[in-house]
Design a protein around this ligand. Structure first.
Ligand code: HEM
Length: 361
């Protein structure tokens, strides 16, 4: 999927150039959101929507409306407070009054599948799962053994492909936009660290086109992004259900209880993170990581339900940083909010945007 991301990165650089003309203040929250919309549309649906350049794309405006924070916040609040309401709320949210997101995505996927020409190579999520579906039987479950795991496997139906694309879309769009925008914020806030990163990029790449392998091998970039995802973990929490009664530090968690893991609090706990509010990428050197409890850092969750988009998200975030720093330096300005005020909600969004200035390199 790297070529798809590279194309979106080119548009990202052009967009920043345009928006910052005449020393204007840019809003990295807006800019990053256009970028990640483009990436998820091309990597999930094979659609080139150019939301960074064309503001009135029909798919983008519908998708943004469907992902509206307020509507989702009400949905989450009710489901978390009254778990038994989950199925009623899900049915209600599929009515046209609430956007009918699922129907919309089913239609999009069905149209894409109809239009697909088998001679053309697509490198997106839909292609991967449809190839699998065309070679496997959709009706029959086969038992698969993989290491110690055992599960039933069958090909996905068209509806299942559509709904999984929707999950892919909603889980991968806002989260990555937050990691890209807060990366720019941290670059501007800590100019010495920005220079260190620029030095690494210049040394390994210069003005060459960033590739997957080079970007993923950059050591300081990895430390930097890890620290961004500690202080600004896009998902402030994730959830589990207790499979049996368990006692932890004298607290009984009864079987079937809903358990929320508060990533935001965990990542700022002074027991694991000395001086937790200080931005310090060195916390993630191999030596320092080895001294810490492995579950003290969970931006992507952990275990069998760990984020499936983790590698894509890291690649996308790192690619965006490299492309941006090959062209610009970020600086804070009068309009930069320090510290950033967060929106209330499940995701760690900046309430008033992330206002920065850039200088050309
Ligand atoms: C920086 C970006 C991202 C962050 C911080 C993030 C974080 C998370 C977290 C915390 C979970 C819950 C894991 C758990 O319960 O253990 C999760 C699940 C998930 N994420 Fe991400 N995510 C990101 C990007 C993406 C992307 C780009 C995609 C897809 C393209 C994606 C798809 C998913 C899916 C499908 C799940 C559900 C997995 C399951 O339940 O088995 N995420 N993510």
């Amino acid at each position: 999927m790297t070529p798809l991301i590279q194309r979106c990165c080119d548009d990202l650089v052009d967009n920043i150039k345009k928006q910052s003309e005449g020393d204007s203040v840019i809003d990295m929250k807006e800019i990053a959101s256009g970028f990640t919309m483009d990436v998820i549309c091309s990597t999930a649906f094979g659609m080139q929507v150019n939301s960074q350049t064309e503001k009135d794309n029909q798919f983008v405006s519908y998708a943004r409306r469907a992902m509206r924070t307020q509507v989702k916040a009400i949905f989450f609040l009710i489901c978390m407070t009254f778990p038994f309401m989950k199925s009623i709320m899900t049915a209600l949210f599929e009515t046209p009054q609430f956007g009918g997101t699922e129907h919309f995505f089913k239609k999009v996927v069905s149209d894409i599948l109809k239009d697909r020409n088998s001679s053309k190579i697509h490198r997106d999520f839909i292609q991967i799962v449809t190839e699998d579906s065309s070679t496997n039987d959709k009706s029959e479950d086969t038992e698969v053994h993989q290491g110690s795991s055992r599960f039933h496997s069958r090909a996905l139906t068209e509806d299942e492909i559509a709904v999984n694309s929707l999950i892919f879309f909603s889980a991968g769009f806002d989260t990555t936009s937050i990691s890209v925008s807060f990366s720019a914020y941290c670059l501007a806030r800590y100019p010495d660290l920005q220079d260190k990163l620029i030095e690494e990029i210049d040394r390994t790449l210069g003005k060459e086109i960033p590739t997957h392998d080079i970007v993923m091998k950059m050591e300081y970039l990895d430390l930097f992004v890890s620290e961004v995802l500690r202080l600004y973990a896009p998902s402030t929490r994730f959830f589990r259900e207790a499979r049996e009664d368990v006692s932890i530090n004298g607290w009984l968690i009864p079987k079937d209880a809903d358990v929320t893991v508060c990533v935001y609090a965990l990542h700022r706990d002074p027991e694991y993170w000395p001086d937790p509010d200080t931005f310090d990428p060195e916390r993630f050197t191999e030596e320092n990581k080895a001294k810490r409890h492995p579950y003290a850092y969970l931006p992507f969750g952990i275990g069998p339900r760990i984020c499936v988009g983790m590698r894509l998200a890291l690649l996308e975030t790192k690619m965006a940083i490299v492309y941006m720093l090959q062209n610009f330096k970020f600086v804070t300005c009068h309009e930069t909010e320090i510290p950033v005020i967060f929106e209330k909600g499940f995701l760690l969004r900046a309430e008033n945007g992330i206002k920065l200035k850039v200088t050309q390199r």
